[in-house]
Design a binder for this molecule. Structure first.
Ligand SMILES: C[S@@+](CC[C@H](N)C(=O)[O-])C[C@H]1O[C@@H](n2cnc3c(N)ncnc32)[C@H](O)[C@@H]1O
Length: 244
């Protein structure tokens, strides 16, 4: 049975949290969790803000918003397509497992742009089955790499998020992809199979020749398979839409 990726809870929660943390700027003061559901991720968001910062969940479903409030979070019953937020009022927004559920993702992105100050960050995360080419790297590669190689996934994975983000007025798009099988991996281990050898090689200059050759072979042998993948995109609101 395929894994239930709809809410990215359970065994995926820690990986998702690491991924969101990596792509979210530190010390935001006013943050939105758009489509917050009962608020698990809004609680993470609240926990990473500046000391006087405020995180607000936006949720169309009354019962979910009430559950978020019972969990001690600020949550508004409102529509992602018409955010009750003044232009430029937020400096960070998350959409976790939500963008694909909005009737008009393009409108929701434009609204997020309006709600963010210029330079503010939007982080979008979602998961699903995708055709990917997982690289089966030899032992020894991971230890030779930086703890979290700051690399976009291979094969253009997630690139389909770039155009709608840019059309909505975002720039500086950063993409990450993580394999969700097996469940329970940390972010670095889940990202590694989806990175290209051509990008990794310069980050592991001291790798023994035999291991490097095995890496090149693993790259060449990678074949497409349908696998569960978490995609995360971060982008910066460009100037002009929201207030400074
Ligand atoms: C799969 S859940 C994810 C909830 C939460 N972000 C999480 O990761 O746990 C998607 C949420 O988006 C909400 N939603 C759907 N359409 C919405 C809209 N137009 N405006 C606000 N929230 C919406 C749903 O009610 C649901 O709670």
């Amino acid at each position: 049975m395929p894994p239930d990726l709809s809410a990215l809870h359970g065994p995926y929660a820690e990986l998702l949290r690491e991924a969101l943390d990596e792509l979210s700027p530190p010390a935001a003061r006013a943050a939105l969790d758009i489509g917050c559901g009962p608020g698990l991720k809004a609680a993470w968001l609240a926990g990473r803000l500046a000391p006087s910062g405020l995180a607000v969940g936006v949720e169309i479903d009354r019962d979910s918003a009430a559950a978020a409030r019972r969990a001690g979070l600020a949550a508004l019953v409102a529509d992602a397509h018409a955010l009750p937020v003044r232009p430029g009022g937020a400096d960070l927004a998350w959409m976790v497992a939500a963008l694909g559920l909005f009737a008009r993702p393009d409108v929701a992105l434009t609204e997020a742009r309006r709600a963010l100050r210029p330079g503010g960050a939007l982080v979008v995360a979602g998961a699903g089955e995708r055709w990917v080419r997982p690289r089966r790297w030899p032992a020894g590669l991971a230890a030779a790499l930086p703890a979290q190689p700051p690399l976009a996934p291979a094969d253009g994975l997630g690139e389909e998020l770039r155009a709608p983000l840019e059309a909505a007025g975002f720039g500086g798009v950063v993409l990450r992809a993580y394999l969700l099988a097996p469940a329970g991996l940390g972010a670095a281990a889940a990202a590694l199979p989806l990175l290209a050898w051509a990008e990794l090689a310069p980050l592991a200059p001291g790798l023994p020749e035999k291991v490097a050759a095995a890496c090149a072979a693993a790259e060449a042998a990678a074949e497409p398979e349908p696998l569960p993948v978490l995609l995360v995109a971060a982008a910066r609101a460009e100037g002009g839409g929201g207030a400074a």
